[in-house]
Design a binder for this molecule. Structure first.
Ligand SMILES: [Zn+2]
Length: 287
């Protein structure tokens, strides 16, 4: 049995399938067409996205993301661990996502076509991700164990959305072509079982993908800006990673904490960028 499924905590079957939605309003930035160089009016500085990603078609990685997301939801649903639309925590996540999504497109014009989706999986794991194509999932463990406030949830969500928007998985897939074995090890570690094997054979295991330190820094900063523009307090990025640091001292090496080490370096970089997004946050709070 899958170790993740064993820790699923919802008992009731979900009432209905989760619905996708489109952003309600457009985010007007001067250089929306600048795609992955980052918007011209961006406050954080992350440079150009990796050219290596161009070796893999964006459609391919987005399709894989949607497929793997569907498999994960199906597995959770079968265990009664997929939160239904009426779940209060899920509604909270979707409210936060609805505020962040309008600010995503300037970071990647492909996101205009994405069918964003947010789901909550009952699991003690401290974990959250956004698959290529805008498929977001949170595990109840990250909300409950870290006792995340809305601003902190927005920082996690912004960070994960940034990985998708900056196409880090696509770049990793291109760089690791021929190293499917390494990716399937990640699937085994998480106890994904057959689903993990299938995903590994398909080319990559997106859920367990470990990004580089520079990808992580980029996701921190882009996520920080997304959340600030959506009216979430930038200071929450620091409190979030302090909570992560405490949790990682108390837990084993699996899940989010193993792929997201929370050291002083990470917190210092965030602190150094707080002033850049402070005015965006204040502006959003006024409107
Ligand atoms: Zn990350």
């Amino acid at each position: 049995m899958c170790t993740r499924c064993e820790s699923f905590v919802f008992s009731a079957a979900p009432a209905s399938h989760a619905s996708a939605w489109q952003p309600r309003r457009a985010f007007l930035l001067a250089a929306a067409g600048a795609a992955l160089a980052g918007p011209a009016l961006a406050q954080v500085s992350v440079g150009n996205a990796s050219m290596a990603r161009n070796l893999v078609p964006a459609e391919r990685i987005e399709t894989a993301g949607v497929q793997q997301y569907g498999q994960l939801l199906e597995q959770a649903r079968a265990k009664g661990a997929l939160a239904g639309d009426g779940n209060a925590q899920l509604q909270r996540l979707r409210t936060i996502a609805n505020r962040l999504i309008p600010f995503a497109t300037p970071w990647n014009t492909r996101a205009r076509q994405w069918k964003w989706e947010v789901n909550l999986i009952g699991s003690k794991q401290i974990n959250a991700f956004c698959m290529p194509g805008g498929k977001i999932a949170f595990f109840t463990g990250i909300l409950d164990q870290l006792k995340l406030g809305d601003d902190e949830v927005a920082m996690v969500m912004g960070h994960e959305m940034a990985h998708a928007l900056r196409e880090h998985a696509r770049a990793r897939m291109a760089k690791s072509a021929g190293t499917g074995a390494a990716l399937s090890i990640g699937a085994q570690l998480l106890g994904l079982g057959q689903m993990g094997d299938l995903a590994a054979r398909a080319g990559t295991q997106l859920i367990t993908l470990k990004f580089s330190r520079s990808d992580e820094t980029e996701a921190d900063l882009v996520g920080l800006e997304l959340a600030a523009r959506a009216g979430y307090d930038p200071q929450a990025s620091v409190s979030l990673w302090k909570k992560m640091a405490v949790a990682s001292r108390n837990q084993g090496g699996l899940s989010f904490l193993s792929t997201h080490p929370s050291g002083p370096d990470r917190i210092q970089k965030l602190e150094a960028n707080l002033s850049k997004v402070e005015s965006l946050y204040r502006e959003a709070k006024r409107s």
